[in-house]
Ligand binder design. Structure first.
Ligand SMILES: Nc1nc2c(ncn2[C@@H]2O[C@H](COP(=O)(O)OP(=O)(O)OP(=O)(O)O)[C@@H](O)[C@H]2O)c(=O)[nH]1
Ligand SMILES: [Mg+2]
Length: 494
């Protein structure tokens, strides 16, 4: 208790001291500032302006320095993708399936994970830009493996696993994947996805990192992938160059916000084959393939250490990474489902609008705010995108849309009339039909702009959606005219 009181008194004395010193400093600074200001004003104006400019520049420099030091953060570390639990992903899959979404791709991902977990093997993926020596490294670890190695980049075109056992007897599958940055489309994505499915990624490079390599590592770190950076083809560098390169690699990864230890960045030589030209006994020249010596001891040590220390957490991390892939596949399937369903909803509303317009002798122009078609379509589309708008918002959106329709009506009629001209032989019925097509077009355009807003914002923002409608109407009219004319003609002939 005594100590407590002592601390309080000490703090009070400190506060008093700070106050006295602060006030003194303030008085001193004010006095000198006023002094300087008076002298500056007495002197030539040019000197005054120059002085003020220098002070402003210094202040700006100080603000910039403080911002760099304090505010600017490391880019990735804090943006790691949030992991999903098994229950969360299962629940989402069930809900999506019940709603009619095609969940097969996501389910396959989980099934594949279960099969991999059942074998108990550790997956190590050799990943990196083409021709870094990924396949050669696998060949160096498993000499009997039939691995395609070539001087030409892009030699590995699919995903293959090779069995390897380390000194501790752990069953390990080495995964060879296509290199990233090649010309063939889609291979980089296949490789990245496979890397995300593995326990550990061996990022193979053969020099300082390119922009593409940096981006790839950044992505892996965001997905919380453990990475060993392998500087291959070390035989091409002197000891000094190697040390400098390793230091640079460590620094680059540190700048990305990655937690890669010093012993997880290693320099090795996979060996590989080289072609040598030799003179044959008959004097002609011939080429021969020669195996370069491999030196991958440090890599084996790095792998063993990581597996020894982290085998269990590695499995939990791999599981989370695969759940994330499944979630992405599910999201893609949900997106596809929404696109198809929204198309159906819009078509059905458009058909109803066309039929309504054909049935009435002279339909009014306030088509959106009156009648239920607009309300029903808006509510259904919102529900599809998980938005639950208030009735007031739906009304506001329709009435804002209505005020925009007025301006676009002549254009809509013209587009409708033009669209009908493409179907010869309609004769005198064209007048009435054009009206019906124009009505249908308005619903078609309204639905599509609403879908765009919902995709972007996830909720019904009446003003934003109406704005989207106004800006996109001419484009939507042109795109939808054939579709709507077809609906109108179908109805006419029924
Ligand atoms: N000098 C040297 N060359 C190597 C080394 N390792 C591999 N190479 C050569 O690098 C070239 C590419 O090797 P690969 O193993 O096919 O490279 P990759 O990364 O699998 O290439 P992709 O499958 O096309 O992405 C081959 O010509 C190898 O002989 C090494 O340690 N030193
Ligand atoms: Mg390869």
């Amino acid at each position: 208790m005594k100590l407590d009181r002592f601390i309080r008194v000490a703090i009070a004395v400190a506060v008093l001291l700070v106050f006295v010193i602060g006030t003194g400093a303030l008085l001193f600074i004010t006095e000198s500032a006023l002094n300087v200001w008076d002298r500056l004003r007495a002197g030539p104006p040019l000197f005054l302006y120059a002085y003020v400019a220098v002070v402003c520049l210094l202040a700006l420099a100080a603000v910039w320095l403080i911002w760099r030091l304090v505010v600017k953060k490391k880019p990735v570390a804090e943006r790691k993708v949030k992991g999903l639990s098994r229950n969360e992903i299962k629940e989402r899959l069930q809900q999506a399936e019940a709603a009619g979404v095609d969940t097969r791709a996501a389910q396959d991902e989980l099934r594949d994970l279960a099969a991999r977990q059942a074998t108990g093997a550790i997956h190590l993926c050799f990943f990196g830009e083409i021709s870094g020596g990924k396949s050669s490294l696998i060949k160096a670890l498993v000499p009997e493996a039939e691995v395609v190695i070539d001087v030409l980049g892009g030699s590995t075109g699919d995903v293959r696993h090779y069995r390897w056992r380390n000194d501790a007897g752990t069953e390990i599958l080495l995964t060879d994947v296509p290199g990233i940055g090649g010309h063939e489309e889609g291979l980089g994505e296949i490789a990245t996805e496979e890397a995300r499915r593995s326990h550990l990624v061996l990022f193979v490079c053969d020099g300082d990192l390119t922009r593409g390599e940096l981006n790839a590592i950044k992505l892996l770190l965001q997905f919380d992938k453990p990475v060993i950076v392998v500087l291959n083809k070390a035989d091409r560098y002197s000891a000094d160059e190697r040390a400098t390169l390793l230091q640079k690699l460590l620094q680059r990864i540190d700048e990305l916000g990655g937690e890669v230890q010093r012993d997880q960045v290693v320099a090795v030589s996979a060996g590989g084959e080289s072609e040598v030209v030799e003179r044959l006994p008959d004097g002609r020249e011939g080429t021969k393939r020669r195996q370069r010596p491999a030196n991958i001891g440090v890599l084996v040590v790095a792998i063993n250490r990581l597996l020894g220390d982290y085998a269990r957490p590695l499995d939990a991390r791999r599981e989370r990474a695969v759940f994330q892939i499944a979630a992405e596949k599910l999201e893609a399937a949900e997106g596809e489902y929404r696109r198809q369903r929204s198309e159906q909803i819009i078509r059905s509303a458009t058909r109803k609008a066309v039929i309504g317009a054909m049935a009435s002798v002279s339909p009014g122009t306030d088509i959106l705010v009156q009648g239920y078609i607009g309300t029903a379509m808006t509510q259904e589309l919102c529900k599809l995108y998980g938005a639950a708008p208030r009735d007031l918002d739906v009304e506001e959106f329709l009435s804002l849309g209505q005020s925009r329709v007025g301006r676009a009506l002549p254009l809509t009629m013209a587009v409708a009339g033009n669209g009908l001209k493409a179907f010869p032989g309609l004769g005198t019925v064209v007048g009435g039909l054009a009206h019906a097509v124009a009505y249908g077009l308005i619903f078609d355009a309204l639905g599509r702009s609403l879908v765009l807003t919902l995709e972007r914002h996830g909720e019904l923002l009446p003003e934003t959606a109406a704005q989207e409608f106004e800006e996109g109407i001419s484009e939507h009219l042109e795109a939808g005219v054939r579709r709507v004319v077809k609906i109108a003609l179908d109805e006419k002939t029924h």
